[in-house]
Design a protein around this ligand. Structure first.
Ligand code: SF4
Length: 380
């Protein structure tokens, strides 16, 4: 079982907090689409298993025309073995989805007709103050409008929401969650606003133009989110992901469970079960190299400790936890003993718990999962 991730490295404008790989120069879009298709052809021997999921991420995949999306999906089918009814997700931004009512209608139908069956919409907030601060390309009205429209065509919709935004108090955060719930969506992803180096947000905070993010408030808002969504029957199956049963992201779940995936496009990552690879984060070089038949990819073979560390990190972030039996089977007693010993203090502090042979975060420990996991890492 495999997944294919397609990175579309273009955005209409740069959000102030973002450190993903994208360019706002859309002039090379057509050449990029052709090149990504070439990469899929060049790498077809890397995927022997059936492809279960296709995921358009970015950047902003909704800047692609429907013809371009169709061409890339067709390239997957032409070069890989794809199961019947794969999950095909498209990340989309509200401003691309609501240009006009008639256009939106044909856009959603076009998406469906080329095989997209899951829409991931980058809402982030339903309030203009937050959207402006983050320099999102859409406004609050467009955020609401595009969900209303999308719901007429798609059942499987997820939206992204950001918490911990400077100036967004808990009441506004609750209203944001409530608006999302009022739409009756089956899935919500939610992330804390993080201040990454070399972003506009970082500079604004340093200059005092924007207040710094408040970790305590982010933690409070995470707990508000967990409680409000649990009440409505959402499962917090990964720290940032909440789904109704039957609507968990198959693509992301496969990734967290350590399954293989092929990532194409600049900056895309891949995992073949043993090695991780990542493509160059530079659009012109990516296009040049692929068209010369050279894969601009760096590959790192994962050591046993790397694989153990990843199993601990992803396990603690998910509802499936870290299986002690699996740790012993895959890595041996040395790693199991180390894990038990390191985890002890967190169990005593009520941040981790052992349930049916699996190490899981408690409700109190969930927000701290990454920090706890790094303390359980095995360093050679
Ligand atoms: S639209 Fe997404 S990828 Fe593009 S700049 Fe904004 S957050 Fe980053």
């Amino acid at each position: 079982m495999s997944g294919i991730y397609i990175h579309i490295p273009f955005c209409k404008q740069a959000c102030h907090y973002c450190d993903f790989h994208f360019s706002t120069q859309l002039g090379k879009k057509e050449a990029m689409v052709q090149t990504i298709a070439k990469e899929m052809v060049l790498r077809k021997s890397e995927v022997e298993d059936e492809v279960e999921t296709i995921y358009f991420g970015g950047g902003t995949p909704s800047v692609l025309s429907n013809k371009e999306i169709e061409f890339l999906i067709q390239t997957v089918y032409d070069n890989y073995i794809v199961i019947d009814h794969p999950e095909i997700t498209l990340e989309a931004n509200p401003d691309d989805l609501v240009s006009s009512r008639a256009q939106s209608r044909s856009l959603f139908l076009d998406y469906k007709n080329v095989g997209i069956n899951r829409l991931s919409i980058g809402i982030q907030s339903f309030f203009d103050e937050d959207l402006k601060l983050m320099n999102r390309a859409h406004n609050a009205g467009e955020a609401e409008q595009c969900i209303k429209e999308a719901k007429q065509y798609f059942d499987n919709i997820t939206i992204d929401l950001i918490y911990g935004i400077p100036g967004m108090d808990n009441e506004r955060w609750k209203s944001n969650i409530q608006r999302a719930l009022d739409f009756g969506l089956p899935h919500i992803s939610s992330y804390a606003l993080t201040v990454e180096p070399r972003t506009a947000l970082k500079k604004f905070i340093e200059k005092g133009v924007v207040p710094d993010v408040d970790d305590e408030q982010a933690q409070e808002q995470f707990h508000i989110l967990v409680d409000m969504l649990a009440e409505q029957g959402f499962v917090n199956y990964e720290i940032s992901n909440f789904g109704k049963p039957g609507f968990f992201s198959k693509n992301n779940t496969a990734y967290w469970l350590g399954k293989k995936y092929l990532g194409v496009g600049p900056s895309a990552h891949s995992f073949d079960g043993k090695n991780r690879g990542w493509n160059i984060r530079n659009n012109p070089t990516y296009i040049k190299k692929i068209n010369e038949g050279i894969l601009p990819i760096e590959v790192e073979a994962l050591s046993q400790s790397d694989r153990y560390n990843e199993a601990v990190m992803t396990g603690l972030r998910t509802v499936w936890g870290v299986s002690l039996e699996k740790i012993e089977k895959e890595f041996g007693l040395t790693y199991l003993d180390y894990l038990n010993q390191q985890a002890q203090k967190y169990v005593e502090q009520g941040l981790l718990q052992l349930v049916d042979g699996k190490l899981l975060t408690t409700k109190k420990g969930k927000f701290l999962a990454d920090g706890i996991a790094s303390d359980l890492f095995f360093v050679d």
